[in-house]
Unconditional design. Sequence first.
Length: 95
Amino acid sequence: MRSLEGYIVPATVTLTYRTSAGVVIGADPLVIPAYGRGTVWANGTTGGQDFTTEVTSTQEILAERAMYWPTGSSSLLAGDQQLTDNTGTDGAALT
């Protein structure tokens, strides 16, 4: 997530994770400094299960969803990985 230009105060952001049935399985609070960035490793909160994410913020922000997975028998830390990335929308959307 990134704070958008023109905002000189931090953005307080909450990521709320839900199952496909709508049950909340966790949340991550985050404060993004003005002109700053923030990163959340959602698997640490969701336990690796399938989930959707609701992003709320006190300021306008740019949010993206990046997913990484290892290729072959390597780990993510070994740098042998594949990824996909999606930027957010200005309203509710399916991903």
